[in-house]
Design a protein around this ligand. Structure first.
Ligand code: SF4
Length: 341
């Protein structure tokens, strides 16, 4: 079976090419075709000899993910359901905003973190994705869009907890940021976590400069542990400490995601607690009325969301209410995969 091209580091590709063809610039040419032009097979690499193209296509696969389903919502959200080599499914979402695209990447098939408001948690974790499976999502989306440059932002917010799969996520980030790879600015890349504290520390140490988003969702340990089991192991105090220690450059902020669930975490009192926790952290809060998934949760009414936001703003914390887009195609994480299963 052929190997996923994107599982190979740039140094490993240099080694493979060196064994097959000694011509200078071959590596740069292949990287350009794969990461900038995102061709789906080696036959498209027209400045390589036919012999080399054939040899490469015998061992490496530039298109390892099969597009199984594609849905587009009226409000500009496109969701791709992709099949992996072993039949596992993953999903990636494209979000259109003012002429540019943000892609939401998955890092695991399923998720073992058990957040009660999330569809990805329903069947637990199937397996981690490899670095190549993470990177191939970017290549596939670039092909669907016709051009890699149409992708402006990448967010690691799809299925799975990225910080539980850092051995694969970090090498994928290195290629995403490498000027010979997908060449994204670190400012355009965000890694999101449910609060896996040792992972935040390791990501800090990697010094990649990417943005950090934390899914907070409660202002006290009782409520947070009820909806996010990770909180029993790493309570809010530890999480906020790790967030305070995350290295930020000028004007960079940590994003706190807060899913508003009617009657559960959306009172003014909850907002006051959140404001107290985040005091002094360069941050912004995204308030997201929850999707109606299979759990027994309802989104907070608009007036409640606005009142929650006002408490934060009055406390000097930047806060926006984000609309829950793409609901008719199941664009919340895990929904398309869950319905397909
Ligand atoms: S919200 Fe994220 S971490 Fe929690 S279960 Fe869903 S995918 Fe996993």
């Amino acid at each position: 079976m052929k190997e996923n091209f994107f599982d190979r580091s740039i140094d490993e590709l240099a080694g493979i090419l060196g064994d097959l063809d000694q011509t200078p610039y071959r590596l740069d040419q292949v990287l350009n075709w794969a990461y900038v032009r995102t061709v789906p097979d080696f036959s498209g690499m027209t400045n390589l000899s036919a012999d080399l193209r054939e040899k490469l296509s015998d061992i490496l696969d530039l298109d390892p993910l099969t597009l199984v389903d594609r849905k587009r919502s009226r409000d500009g959200i496109e969701k791709l359901l992709l099949s992996l080599g072993d039949g596992e499914l993953l999903e990636t979402v494209l979000i259109q905003e003012k002429g540019y695209m943000t892609q939401c990447l998955s890092t695991q098939a399923g998720c073992g973190m058990g957040c009660t408001f999330c569809e990805s948690a329903r069947d637990g974790l199937s397996r981690d994705l490899t670095r190549g499976e993470i990177l191939a999502q970017v290549a596939t989306a670039s092909r669907v869009l016709g051009n890699r440059r149409r992708l402006r932002n990448l967010v690691f917010m799809g299925m799975g907890e990225p910080l539980k799969n850092l051995d694969e996520v970090v090498p994928s980030l290195e290629i995403i940021l490498d000027s010979r790879g997908f060449d994204f600015s670190p400012r355009r890349v965000t890694v999101s976590t449910c609060g896996w504290v040792p992972g935040i520390k390791r990501l800090s140490d990697e010094g990649l400069g990417v943005n950090l988003a934390i899914s907070l969702n409660a202002g006290d340990d009782g409520t947070r542990s009820e909806i996010m089991p990770v909180n029993r192991k790493y309570p809010i105090k530890n999480l906020i400490k790790a967030a305070r220690e995350y290295p930020l450059s000028n004007r960079q902020r940590i994003t706190f995601e807060y899913v508003l669930i009617d009657g559960l975490n959306d009172s003014d009192d909850d907002a006051m607690k959140v404001a107290g926790l985040l005091k002094g952290i360069p941050c912004k809060v995204n308030l997201i009325p929850c999707n109606e998934t299979s759990a027994d949760y309802m989104p907070s009414p608009e007036a409640r969301s606005t009142a929650f936001q006002k408490v934060l703003l009055d406390s000097g914390i930047l806060a926006t209410v984000r609309s829950s887009r793409g609901s008719e195609i199941g664009a919340a994480c895990g929904q398309l995969r869950a319905s397909s299963k």
